[in-house]
Write a protein that binds this ligand. Structure first.
Ligand code: AP5
Length: 213
């Protein structure tokens, strides 16, 4: 099964994508995580991506597309995958569709996690991310057992640079302008499914499960 997660920054795409990946035993592929790993490792790609990410802008398509296509060509993706944060523009979606078509494959579902802008700022300011393994938490909705410490690996938790309120506002603007048109794109392909992302995490997951089973 090949799934795309859509939704505004902070809508809960990553939270739900991880659970889908676990339940269906398919890889969770987050382009944001790939960039953050490259930034952490000080690679050239990471340094280039950081310039855009810190401003709340999208990384240029030409930098993202190749990385994603290389990743989905790996052997662990043969039974499908859940994409989190890709595609984010119509050109990215078109390239993905064209590459899949060459292989006689297609995306099965695009799941839009729908959360209004007014809920987003609160969510983002409370999100904490592990510096080491990338696990994410929320100080109110998904707290760790010990404050400031990752439950999974024991490393320090931080507020992502791009989760500061002024950058979140910018990311929301970019989302509406460049990413939201994908909802129409996948509606036209008859694979868009929308879930109410304002519900609690378990309810959102159950809504997704009922779509995918
Ligand atoms: P990326 O990492 O993809 O960021 P994003 O899309 O902005 O999404 P987030 O990771 O911020 O949020 P999410 O929807 O996954 O929410 P989460 O589950 O964490 O991308 C970062 C940057 O990289 C981009 O700005 C861009 O520069 C670049 N980039 C990446 N991909 C690109 C591409 N394809 N093209 C170009 N540039 C690209 O949840 C948020 C918080 O809310 C968490 O604390 C969570 O615990 C909590 N939460 C989740 N669900 C609920 C719920 N139901 N109720 C209460 N709290 C909840």
């Amino acid at each position: 099964m090949k799934i795309i997660m859509l939704g505004a920054p902070g809508a809960g795409k990553g939270t739900q994508a991880k659970r889908i990946a676990e339940k269906w035993q398919i890889p969770h592929i987050s382009t944001g995580d790939i960039f953050r790993m490259n930034i952490k490792n000080g690679t050239e790609l990471g340094m280039e991506a950081k310039k855009y990410m810190d401003q709340g802008l999208l990384v240029p398509d030409e930098l993202v597309v190749k990385i994603l296509l290389d990743r989905v060509a790996q052997s662990d993706c043969k039974n499908g995958y859940v994409l989190d944060g890709f595609p984010r523009t119509i050109p990215q979606a078109e390239v993905l569709d064209a590459e899949l078509e060459k292989l006689g494959e297609k995306i099965d579902y695009a799941i839009d996690v729908d959360v209004p802008d007014e809920n987003i700022i609160n969510r983002m300011s409370g999100r904490r991310a592990c510096v080491s393994c990338g696990a994410t938490y929320h100080i109110t909705y998904a707290p760790t057992q010990k404050e400031g410490v990752c439950d999974k690996c024991g490393s320090e938790l931080i507020l992502r640079d791009d989760d500061k309120p002024e950058t979140v506002q910018k990311r929301l603007g970019v989302y509406h302008q460049q990413t939201q048109p994908l909802i129409e794109y996948y509606t036209a392909k008859n694979i868009l499914k929308s879930v109410d992302g304002t519900k609690d995490m378990e309810d959102v997951f159950q809504s997704i499960v009922s779509i995918l089973v």
